[in-house]
Design a protein. Structure first.
Length: 488
């Protein structure tokens, strides 16, 4: 393994030798002001007292190394001055392509010409999600329940910005003129815009409040983890190395989601217990305690989980088969799987609706790669839900949060447009619609949450609807002033 040291002398900290590649350096320097313009226009927007978020000093983690230990340092940084670096995991010597028809050949250090378009598409789609999520989350600082949470939000945002840099580096370094054009387009599309939307469905949805934010970072960032793991297997070595390093940052995003939802559930369950309320459906009384009722948390969970499942594409997909065959995108934990890594004769069970019943049907494994990744994802999601339920049972309340059925509320693939309940019951559209308010958040829920969530700006204080975290971040206590306003 060779570890390239990180160069902080250029505008963009990097371990890819930018200082020695003047053409690339100039291309990235031209892109930088456009990126900053996008960040200021579409990044975190709002005020703490009179000070805009972008002028506040935020206790942020910055990647300074690619070694496993000590890769990040914490300091106060104004977000527009964040060092968005280009960092690749160390190169593995003699790495070979781990799967597909080129299995065993040396990993590509340059773009394989025959697969250029497919590779570019994968990188562009990955890149598009990163700024999209910043756009979706841009107003959340206005209702942050504490400085600790506001800091976490901004941390996630700047790192999604860095992940955009990571993909833009690949486009500009390896794809010439069309790579540069794609890099510009990544700054032009906008989440939810009718004319220039982001590429994938879930990234055009709103993240209107903090419960959505935490569910998004739990569920949707976890799709990010699965997809990055699959791309980290790639035979195109620069993509593999880039994704391996991004995964280090992604872990924190899912931590924010898992603990955030957990803290909301804890606050609700404990407030119910303290007020002597056993019935989770006693909505008015529960809401009057300044916490979120558990059935509403379940409805929001149903929404974010189902939207995220759509991000895996159709269960059976020739795109996915081609990406695997060509060695561009592998499976989750590809190298740990005990098979031929070519899937020539194997099959995989895919859930399908046959004669009104869900059945497991064996299909050629090569065509079922999206289904397989989605199944791995669903398994990976289960742990958090179990932990959230512990808070509920510890408070002596009878209620369990659950992942909805994979066919519930789907718009892509096998189950697109079917009327399926969260429990997996198949029904008709009219019946489903008449129960929509039991399954998914309602307008009333939206109004309630909007009233409930107000910005809290006293260090160490937390809004009523969320429990404090167990510990602080970056070596600081919970009550630390994670956001500081200059000259106050
Ligand atoms: N919305 O064969 P199909 C993250 C399109 S998240 C709209 O079914 P395929 C992050 C598809 O593009 C991870 N369109 O699927 C998280 C294709 O269109 P074309 C992001 C969709 O191609 C939080 C057609 O339908 N990374 O990092 O096998 C915060 C047929 O496609 C959707 C990646 O996704 C949809 N949901 O798989 C920040 C990895 N689904 O080409 C960041 C890169 C499908 O016929 N992307 N379509 O016009 C991929 O691997 C694949 O493109 C997908 C789709 C898994 C997304």
């Amino acid at each position: 393994m060779t570890i390239d040291s990180v160069d902080y002398s250029t505008l963009m900290p990097n371990n890819v030798g930018l200082a020695d590649d003047q053409k690339l350096l100039r291309a990235l320097e031209r892109w930088y002001p456009k990126y900053l313009e996008w960040w200021v226009d579409m990044g975190p927007s709002g005020f703490i007292h009179e000070t805009p978020f972008q002028e506040a000093d935020v206790w942020l983690r910055t990647a300074v190394s690619v070694e496993q230990d000590g890769w990040a340092k914490f300091d106060f940084v104004k977000m527009p001055e964040y060092r968005w670096g280009i960092l690749l995991a160390p190169q593995e010597e003699d790495r070979t392509i781990p799967f597909g028809e080129h299995k065993g050949e040396p990993a590509w250090q340059e773009v394989p010409g025959a697969y250029r378009a497919m590779l570019r598409r994968l990188i562009v789609i990955q890149g598009d999600t990163e700024p999209a999520s910043v756009e979706q989350q841009r107003f959340l600082g206005r209702t942050a329940p504490s400085f600790y949470d506001m800091r976490n939000l901004f941390q996630v945002n700047v790192e999604e910005g860095r992940h955009l840099w990571a993909m833009v580096y690949l486009l500009q370094r390896y794809f010439g003129k069309d790579g540069r054009e794609e890099a510009e387009e990544l700054l032009r599309r906008r989440s939810g815009d009718e004319d220039r939307p982001r590429m994938l469905g879930a990234f055009n949805e709103e993240t209107p409040d903090w419960l959505s934010f935490f569910l998004f970072t739990y569920f949707t960032d976890r799709d990010g983890k699965m997809q990055l793991e699959a791309l980290a297997q790639s035979g195109f070595d620069p993509l593999s190395r880039t994704c391996r390093f991004m995964l280090a940052e992604e872990a924190h995003h899912m931590f924010v989601g898992a603990t955030g939802v957990g803290r909301i559930v804890k606050a609700s369950a404990e407030a119910m217990r303290d007020a002597g309320i056993d019935d989770p459906y006693d909505t008015e009384r529960i809401r009057s305690l300044g916490v979120i009722d558990l059935p509403l948390i379940q409805r929001k969970l149903n929404l974010h989980f189902s939207l995220t499942l759509d991000l895996f594409g159709a269960e059976e997909s020739t795109n996915a088969a081609n990406a695997f065959n060509t060695g561009l995108k592998g499976r989750y934990h590809e190298t740990a799987i005990d098979d031929d890594h070519q899937l020539l004769d194997s099959t995989y069970p895919v859930t399908k609706l046959v004669d009104g019943e869900f059945q497991s049907i064996e299909v050629p494994a090569l065509n079922a790669l999206n289904a397989r990744l989605r199944d791995d994802y669903v398994d990976d999601c289960a742990g958090g839900v179990k932990r959230w339920n512990r808070y509920i049972s510890q408070a002596g309340i009878e209620f369990e949060l659950a992942l909805p059925h994979v066919a519930f509320h789907r718009q892509i693939g096998e189950f697109n447009g079917l009327a399926v309940t969260p429990e997996g019951g198949v029904t008709d559209e009219a019946t489903w619609e008449s129960c929509r308010g039991d399954y998914l958040p309602t307008e009333g829920d939206r109004v309630f949450i909007e009233d409930l969530m107000q910005q809290v700006t006293t260090p160490g204080e937390f809004a009523s609807w969320i429990a404090p975290p167990q510990k602080g971040i970056g070596g600081q206590p919970v009550e630390f002033e994670y956001i500081q306003i200059p000259n106050t």
